[in-house]
Ligand binder design. Sequence first.
Ligand SMILES: CNc1nc2cc3nc[nH]c(=O)c3cc2[nH]1
Ligand SMILES: [Zn+2]
Length: 377
Amino acid sequence: MTNHAIKYRLIKKEKHTGARLGEIITPHGTFPTPMFMPVGTQATVKTQSPEELKEIGSGIILSNTYHLWNRPGDELIAQAGGLHKFMNWDQPILTDSGGFQVYSLVENKKNITEEGVKFKSHLDGRALFMSPETSIGIQNNLGSDIMMSFDECPQFYQPYDYVKNSIERTSRWAERGLRAHQRWHDQGLFGIVQGAGFKDLREQSARDLTSMDFSGYSIGGLAVGESHKEMNAVLDYTTVLLPEDKPRYLMGVGAPDSLIDGVIRGVDMFDCVLPTRIARNGTLMTHFGRVNIKNAKYEYDFTTLDPMCDCYTCKNYTRAYLRHLIKADETFGLRLCSYHNLYFLVHLMMEVRQAIINDNLLEFREAFCERYGYNLP
Ligand SMILES: CNc1nc2cc3nc[nH]c(=O)c3cc2[nH]1
Ligand SMILES: [Zn+2]
């Protein structure tokens, strides 16, 4: 049995759902779960400083192995003392394995072999190769607290036979990565469950991966274009297959309703570029639904963006000012809008954790979704 660098502590189960309150202990600190992780693809959460991220309450951030390997290079970051030092972030960091990124860069399927994946850099077209071993080595160089296994994320509607072959190779790749990992004493490693929307393949993938002693388990292959209903259906039968004493991480999920529905089905960790990506376009999440701040109706609106939000943006600026900045393509507007959207999701998870303590998560979901404007099934 490995003495894992990261540990999950289950604090309380919510009485009426599969939701759970916990905490994850890492070498760079402990964070409560359920937790939303801001995405810092290229060693920065776009427009936000580490101090602002801490003010927001971000307990952990995500960075991308593929991007940092490509530029500035994992060796450079290792020489800088690792990713924490390089980006001046002294709290937990999770890195994705690169699997998800490289698949969008592969020119044709024959470049995906048992050994690994051949593809061309999105920056300069040079030939690259990634395998379970190279992905682990890069993440060891980055020094992230939580690493991901190298996997294939099949499209949700791929044929059964393709997905079956893919998950079996992903399990073999996971084992190779587990063997190649050199730093169990200070870096955790998650296995990623695949299987698209096929229950038996999700069960097979979960059986394979939970037979290996990973530090935690990700649910991959979702948030790739399937419906909210289909995602929930997969979660209904997948999270229950994962060990209760280890973290469960749903990759790529960040819409408010999906976060709440994932928590209800036993998920502890989430990440998504959504909040910062849509913020840069002036699309803001508020307790009363989305606000597209560029809309003319906000031109003379001197009220706060979200009266139920106590973030820096909502306490100090008006909708008219935010609209002006975004229309004028002012960087400060990108910062204020990104700050609010991140604050909104991180604080949504704080409210969800409180609802787990109060055993009223379903009532919270109903009230939140009603006010936000979601049509609940
Ligand atoms: C934005 N949606 C999304 N981001 C993802 C990242 C992933 N990484 C590794 N493996 C995955 O299956 C995977 C799925 C994902 N879906
Ligand atoms: Zn706000």
